[in-house]
Design a protein around this ligand. Structure first.
Ligand SMILES: Nc1ncnc2c1ncn2[C@@H]1O[C@H](COP(=O)(O)OP(=O)(O)OP(=O)(O)O)[C@@H](O)[C@H]1O
Ligand SMILES: [Mg+2]
Length: 250
């Protein structure tokens, strides 16, 4: 009996499923001697939205910062599509298509809203004149406050500016860290609509979020972290609210 030939991606006729846009495998991360991420594996499918949940201090922001390269991985791998990026510098990951909106929505406080958008557009290799205009169309609220220094924005305005800034780089994968934290319900709905539109346009998203209803309306897959490990994951239709509430209660 002859063995089945193995088809490689380069072979004519080979059908190979595309890899997830983000694939994290067996990741370990430490602050000095203190390890805070243990054996984390997580995928975001191309065009998908995965929500990462978990109580305070379990390592959600640390995981996002490691994915974007602000913290080094002690072990494990991070891949963007076919490319492994574990050892790449943050600017190189941004160039490869990752955008990161940090918790607390950092902006240049003394620059105006317009200048905050322009500065990213000018630094972006894919800069086109209309990326700022596209960001303003997505977040019309920002157009009314273009001349205001970013240090004088409400929480909701600052969150919209932070997402708009990230989009100026025309990412393939958006990492969002708690976009609803401390924001009033009407603006949360605007942010939800914007994220839903981005998803429809094909952007892949890893969303860290504690507001479960918001997350469940947007995500197809979820993962829950506890003390540095993924303790539950799957499609959102299998999400069991009661057992999750136990994992997420303080
Ligand atoms: N720069 C740092 N140096 C040392 N330890 C840190 C540092 N930043 C975070 N930690 C610790 O790492 C652990 C994970 O923190 P992280 O901010 O990733 O949690 P989180 O899940 O994002 O929490 P939250 O829901 O409050 O945002 C916590 O124990 C935290 O105290
Ligand atoms: Mg956090």
């Amino acid at each position: 009996m002859t063995a089945e030939p193995v088809l490689r991606p380069s072979d004519p006729g080979a059908h190979v499923d595309p890899p997830p846009i983000l694939s994290v495998k067996d990741l370990q991360v430490a602050y000095g001697p203190t390890q805070v991420i243990f054996d984390v594996s997580l995928d975001v499918p191309e065009g998908g939205l995965c929500c990462l949940m978990g109580r305070n201090g379990v390592g959600k922001s640390t995981l996002l910062q490691t994915i974007v390269g602000l913290l080094p991985a002690k072990a494990g791998t991070i891949s963007l599509g076919w490319k492994e990026i574990t050892k790449r510098a943050p600017y190189d990951r941004v160039k490869a298509g990752i955008a990161y909106v940090p918790q607390g929505r950092d902006a240049f406080a003394t620059l105006t809203v317009f200048e905050n958008l322009r500065v990213v557009a000018e630094a972006s290799p894919k800069c086109e004149v209309d990326v700022v205009e596209a960001a303003l169309q997505r977040f019309p609220r920002l157009r009314k406050i273009l001349d205001r220094p970013a240090g004088f924005l409400s929480g909701g305005e600052a969150q919209q500016l932070a997402i708009a800034r990230a989009l100026v780089t025309r990412p393939r994968l958006l990492l969002l860290d708690e976009p609803t934290e401390g924001i009033q319900p009407s603006i949360i709905l605007e942010i939800e609509d914007a994220i839903a539109d981005l998803k429809k346009e094909g952007l892949s998203i890893l969303l860290v979020e504690q507001y479960v209803d918001f997350a469940m309306r947007l995500a197809e897959t979820y993962a829950v972290m506890d003390v540095g490990r993924i303790v539950a994951s799957g499609p959102t239709e299998d999400f069991d609210r009661e057992s999750m509430q136990q994992l997420m209660s303080v």
